[in-house]
Design a protein around this ligand. Sequence first.
Ligand code: OVV
Length: 407
Amino acid sequence: MKNAEAKGGIAPLDVPIIDIDPFATEFLLDPYPNHDALRDPGPVVWLSQYEIYAMARFEEVRSALLDHETFLSGRGVGLSDFAKQEPWRPPSLLLEADPPLHERTRAIMQSVVSPASLKRLEPVWKLRAESLADDLVTRGRFDAVADLSEVYPMLVFPDAVGLMEDGREHLLVYAATVFNAFGPQNDLLAESLVAARDAAVWVARACKRENLCKSGWGMGVYEAADSGACTPEEAERLVRSLLSAGVDTTVNGIATTIHALTQFPDQWKKLRDNPRLVRRAVEESLRWDSTVQTFFRTTSRDVRIGGVVIPEHSKVLLFLGAANRDPRKWDRPDAFDIARSTSGHVGFGAGIHQCLGQMIARLESQLILTALMERCGSIKIAGPVRRRANNTLHAVESLPVVVSPSS
Ligand code: OVV
């Protein structure tokens, strides 16, 4: 056994045994060639490397996400079982919580990150997208990660939360570690934890009330505490959720959308011919190359799936990215097609834990993509595309592109 934290027990008799390591670097860099081997043997498989159950078909993944009473989040949504192992940081009160706690914290966050607050922010976010796109088109050649996808969310999100100015660059390092920490204790996590030491200190400071602007989502959470919805300590940890989940996700989501459009020039053309497809393009990108590839749950009871019983207290790895390309669900699953219906995709999860920030993510993606598409006739890969291995995110490190101004 590779990992001390994954004491899943001996291989069950009735479940296909798979020896693929979904947290090996090659897998993380390019998960797709492995997905058939995880989906085809059965609705539930056993990953011998970690001694855990896994599901990679759309139906079962979605059903598990919807059944939060059987598939718990409170024992962690990573490999580590919080009932057996101390988490690397105090658990998220949102992501790593079950009802009734989750109902209370989710309601607080939903009242703070409201559609109305986003509507107020949209005009400024649009201007910032347009000004960035102007610069990039003038340059003609740029890195769609370093110069675009890592830039735009940082131009809008930290201000919306109301974060202090100094040290915001720590956000990306911190988030990469948060997402690495859902995987096993591999080299990737070890290196990430070392790299993020200063970032974790900064994030802890940034979440404090005295370091947040008066208006902003962060202070909004503290105001909820003032009215009795939670304690000030809970508010601090809920602000941490915004910082953990709100940056690296959109950074990689935007990079992935652009990557997809460079690989499918006909789709770029289709989008330029019909800009109203931008919403669908963003959604299809999440389906076709899901930013969050995996999350775990822990079973609260014996649960029968297909012909097999997953015993209670089992960690189960859910392959969201594989579900979103399951041929049992999707026609031509590997084709990036911005005109298709992506209804039901699990790129934002499903059920009570479904992405709280999905409206933020969609707005950022749509605004920057629209600004870019209005200015660029073509966008082409202009150098080696590099992936960044992460235990949870399908991340892009470098995406050199050349754009031509629209005629
Ligand atoms: C969805 C998500 C990812 C990472 C961290 C958190 C949430 C959090 O709540 O801290």
